[in-house]
Design a protein around this ligand. Structure first.
Ligand code: GLP
Length: 243
């Protein structure tokens, strides 16, 4: 596990973009696993900037996103498909047909989960998975529980996640209660993992997840066992650990 510390959000974002740029440059047809949330927005901005300067080419890149709210269509403003389009895909030369997000409107829940696992396998697995982390240690929408869920599944969101994500909805009641998410095995099978973490409110979970025991009660702790993880944080997020 390597730690990269940026002094603030912008520097953190540039460092994360460096790692993703290296992947795109050395393997132009990479499969990128992508994430939503406030943490990676700066990383996407920086990747767009580098594309606009002519330094990056996404024309052969394929992507698979971690998760999606159940019940939201891709054109709903709070859906993760909408997030990805507006924060990244619409601004670079990626072929949208090569971008994948779970279908929040799928009626056959198990069928959608199986389709997503098959899709990841058919792409040859994930070369680089970008992650954020929830305050309770969730990755994707893998919430704390007694076991690590291996594959794509539909999950009931923790109350703390609903509260945290309600800032983006008009009212808390509008936050979907369920979501599709890749499982821990899908994430751990990625050849490289890059996690972005920003802000003092994440400092406790950074210490717990990466310096505490590996447990499904802190889903991100499993990353301690992955052979190629880069944790990219700002000084505030790293304020409770000594590097
Ligand atoms: C959400 C997403 C996660 C994300 C996390 C943290 O619930 N499902 O993939 O990493 O919350 O988000 P943020 O970066 O906004 O703190």
């Amino acid at each position: 596990m390597r730690f990269y510390c940026g002094k603030d959000y912008d520097e953190m974002s540039r460092k994360a973009a460096n790692l993703i740029s290296a992947q795109v440059l050395t393997k132009p047809d990479s499969v990128l696993g992508l994430a939503t949330g406030s943490s990676p927005i700066g990383t996407y901005k920086e990747l767009i900037r580098r594309y606009e300067m002519g330094d990056l080419d996404f024309s052969s890149i394929r992507t698979v996103n971690l998760d999606e709210y159940k019940g939201l269509s891709g054109d709903h403003e709070q859906s993760y498909r909408y997030f990805m389009d507006t924060h990244f895909f619409d601004h670079v030369n990626i072929d949208k047909a090569n971008t994948n997000v779970p279908n929040g409107l799928a009626e056959d829940t198990d069928g959608e989960c199986a389709r997503y696992d098959d899709l990841i396998a058919s792409m040859g697995g994930i070369d680089l998975q970008l992650l954020g982390i929830g305050h309770n240690g969730h990755i994707g929408f893998n919430e704390p529980e007694d076991i690590f869920r291996k594959e794509t599944h539909c999950v009931a969101l923790a109350e703390s996640t609903i509260n945290a994500n309600s800032r983006l909805f008009e009212k808390k009641e509008d936050v979907p209660r369920y979501a599709f998410t890749m499982g821990i095995k899908n994430i751990m099978m990625a050849r490289k993992i890059v996690m972005v973490i920003s802000g003092e409110d994440k400092a406790d979970i950074v210490a717990k997840a990466f310096f505490g025991p590996v447990t499904p009660q802190v889903p991100a702790s499993i990353l301690q066992l992955h052979p190629d993880v880069s944790i990219v944080g700002d000084a505030a997020a790293f304020s409770k650990i000594s590097l």
